[in-house]
Design a protein around this ligand. Structure first.
Ligand code: SF4
Ligand code: SF4
Length: 417
């Protein structure tokens, strides 16, 4: 079986950039059922091979990167693309250099994120303009761009689209948003509002008719709400957190997307910064499954080189590596917030999982975390320190996390007092 797997992998490597004969791969579906002892369906693996090889168009493509069709959008994106959140914490020059280096390595999609933009709407897209803007002016034709909004009401979303176009895309060779994200669709109330007559989806569809954007993405941390959104058949792409700790999406979301030709993007592949010690294993673990692309955040050239590697040559995890990843993930999973939002609303108005994220992530320094926490307090946002330990959120959390206890520890660490 290993030989068959190696043979398929050789085709991956030797046929990069070439049109493949799908039948070459299909024949292996007859003989493979398991690869390397992992629970990976070889038929899926073969289908991935077809997807990687059969794309057309040269939008930023480099010979050493693998590309995959993002569902019905027909965009051919690098299997490792860029999670832009990491860039938010970088100086402009450094961020721009990282984006350019990523393009040179064959990455052709950047998923823009502005940390906390739900809290500071007045400055949303300015960070993206400053860091990505200069690259887009020169190299727009080499990359696709995803831009998100946290808003749900029609007027707010319409304003967000216009603002993104004005700040980020104006003056480039394609003044259009490739993938517009309706983000953090984690609770039923937000989805209902988005899809109502006065909801953001109406603004998105109008903008699409006016040629302001091409495709619509729904991003969610809650597989149940995400499924409801997808069943409206108004989204082209689904984005969701996907790690060895967060596998719920495999049950319904991933098969549904494949069946309905909806693109899939794995976000937070390093568990929101909690699994960074073996980033390589995390990314390769994701690639065992039928998800189109992965968007790790990369905040140094070293991380970029390391995280991009599985995009060049994919080697499935060995049984020993799988065991190692499992051992790293298990203790984290015991206190892991899935950002599903069931605990909300907090009686004190705390955005519970944002506080979890800030406390637990290792992608930014403690100093940076404290600066963000301080800013939140100054703006009057409720923070972990406002928890009164009423305990109502614990009852609502499907994972029964000890939220008040974690809020207390988070405040202690983040307030730095
Ligand atoms: S225990 Fe704390 S975080 Fe949970 S609902 Fe009560 S105040 Fe909010
Ligand atoms: S604390 Fe629990 S309910 Fe709240 S977002 Fe995290 S996992 Fe979900």
């Amino acid at each position: 079986m290993k030989n068959i797997h190696n043979l398929i992998n050789c085709y991956f490597i030797s046929m990069q950039g070439m049109a493949a004969e799908s039948s070459i791969y299909k024949q292996y579906t007859i003989v493979c059922s398991k690869v390397n002892g992992l629970t990976m369906d070889a038929a899926i693996y073969i289908k991935n091979a077809e997807d990687f090889m059969c794309g057309n168009g040269n939008h930023g493509r480099q010979a050493n990167m693998r590309y995959k069709r993002l569902g019905r959008t027909n965009l051919e994106l690098s299997v490792i693309s860029y999670g832009g959140l990491a860039l938010f914490f970088k100086e402009v020059q450094e961020a721009t250099a990282l984006i350019e280096a990523a393009l040179d390595e064959g990455i052709n999609y950047i998923d823009c994120d502005e940390a906390g933009n739900q809290f500071v709407p007045a400055v949303v897209y300015e960070d993206t303009r400053n860091k990505l803007g200069p690259v887009l002016k020169k190299r727009r034709n080499e990359l696709y761009v995803g831009i998100k909004t946290m808003f749900a009401k029609k007027d707010d979303v319409a304003r967000a689209i216009d603002k993104a176009l004005e700040l980020v895309f104006k003056g480039t060779s394609r003044e259009k948003i490739d993938l517009f994200h309706l983000a953090h669709v984690d609770i039923d109330e937000k989805l209902d509002l988005l899809m109502s007559r006065e909801g953001g989806m109406a603004a998105v569809e109008e903008a699409r008719e006016q040629g302001k954007l091409d495709y619509v993405l729904v991003a969610s941390h809650n597989p149940t709400v995400l499924m409801k959104a997808l069943k409206t058949d108004r989204f082209d792409v689904a984005e969701f957190p996907f790690t060895i700790i967060e596998q719920d999406y495999l049950k319904e979301v991933v098969p549904y997307c494949k069946e309905h030709d909806i693109g899939t993007i794995a976000m937070k592949p390093l568990g929101g910064g909690q699994l960074t010690q073996r980033a390589d294993l995390c990314i390769r673990w994701i690639m065992n499954y039928d998800v189109d692309i992965v968007i790790p955040g990369m905040k140094t050239m070293e991380e970029l080189k390391q995280n991009i590697q599985p995009g060049h040559t994919y080697v499935p995890l060995s049984a020993a590596e799988l065991k190692e990843l499992d051992e790293i993930a298990r203790p984290i999973g015991q206190e892991y917030c899935h950002r599903c939002g069931y605990c909300l609303p907090c009686t004190q108005g705390i955005h519970i999982f944002s506080q979890f994220d800030l406390y637990k992530t290792s992608t930014i320094s403690l100093e940076q975390k404290r600066a963000i926490y301080k800013q939140m307090k100054e703006r009057g946002a409720k923070t972990a320190g406002d928890c009164v330990a009423c305990g109502l959120c614990i009852e609502k959390c499907p994972f029964k996390l000890p939220i008040p206890d974690i809020m207390e520890r988070a405040d202690k660490a983040l307030a730095g007092e």
